[in-house]
Write a protein that binds this ligand. Structure first.
Ligand code: PMP
Length: 305
């Protein structure tokens, strides 16, 4: 990531990639309080389009509000900055990473007296869980690490420090050959993957955990809309891991992971152990939406030019 040409938006201006550095005493580096986004832009027949840009910027600003980080920029400025980053790096399709963090004037738990910084980078990034994963499904293992509890982590914010929990879970299961981790909440109900929301299908009904301990995923929201438009009933409710074991189909959603089928959970095949037919329909409609092939979802696209 370090040595490459291109530009990063840093506190109001585009600067060369190699010069976008921070001090080692940056508060957020030590204590983990920062908020960020993961956004994708796709190459569509009408040009490069960012998927659900206003919703991502809204979640970013919600995070700054939750953490009382005083953002010096408006959402409109950040929207435009994100578009500028894609254009200045001449990217046709990319992953975009805005991050808001606390400066280095002063260490100590209280962030008071520190400046708030914003950086936005973008780079090319393929399928997060592999092309094979998108087609055939992935193998998932329940982690021994519990997901965030609502009164210790405020998960409507997509916060940097929260990802220690994700990394622990992901490291644990990938070390044993699985593709991704599933985390349960403090009561043992299904929460989400290390960087994805979970869906399952039983008897033609689409289920996903309600929003308590999991991130309010923008792909989750898109998939709920798509599933309803395809005529499926969608239920948001607490799910147990054995409900997933006995589901007909399951899949993960996320900006990076897109719609990735789950073919196995805890060494049990889900359904036929491959991408299920309803998952395939939802996945196809999702890709049609992000690639600008379905007019029904054109309001989700922001063209960069
Ligand atoms: N859960 C977690 C923990 C995540 O990191 C992500 C990725 N941002 C998601 C769910 C999916 O969210 P989205 O669809 O907005 O990318």
């Amino acid at each position: 990531m370090s040595d490459r040409d291109g530009f990063i938006w840093s506190d109001g201006k585009l600067i060369p990639w190699r010069e976008a550095n921070i001090h080692v005493l940056t508060h957020s580096l030590h204590y983990g309080m920062g908020v960020f986004e993961g956004i994708r832009a796709y190459k569509t027949p009408q040009g490069t389009a960012i998927f659900r840009l206003p919703e991502h910027v809204k979640r970013l600003f919600n995070g700054t509000k939750i953490f009382q980080m005083n953002m010096p920029y408006s959402p409109e400025v950040i929207n435009k900055a994100i578009i500028d980053v894609v254009n200045s790096n001449k990217l046709e399709a990319c992953y975009i990473r805005p991050i808001i963090f606390i400066g280095s004037q002063k260490l100590g738990i209280s962030p008071k007296g520190n400046s708030i910084h914003t950086a936005i980078a973008a780079w090319e990034w393929g399928a997060y869980l592999g092309e094979d994963g998108l087609n055939k499904g992935i193998r998932v293992k329940t982690s021994s690490f519990t997901r965030h509890f609502v009164n210790s982590s405020l998960v409507r914010a997509k916060a940097s420090g929260y990802y220690i929990n994700s990394i622990l879970a992901n490291q644990e299961v990938t070390a044993n050959g699985y593709d991704e981790a599933l985390l349960l909440d403090t009561e043992g109900y299904v929460s989400e993957g290390s960087g994805e929301n979970l869906f399952m299908i039983r008897n033609g009904i689409v289920y996903t955990p309600d929003l308590a301990s999991c991130l309010d995923g923008i792909t989750r929201d898109s998939v709920i809309q798509i599933a309803k438009d395809l005529g499926y009933e969608v239920r948001e409710k607490r799910l147990t891991r054995d409900e997933v074991y006995s589901a007909d189909e399951a899949f993960f959603t996320g900006t990076a992971a897109e719609v990735t089928p789950i073919r196995e959970l805890d060494d049990r095949s889900i359904g036929d152990g491959k991408r299920g037919p309803i998952t395939e329909k939802i996945q196809k409609t999702y890709f049609d939406a992000v690639y600008g092939r379905n007019d029904q979802y054109k309001s989700w696209l922001t063209y960069v030019k």
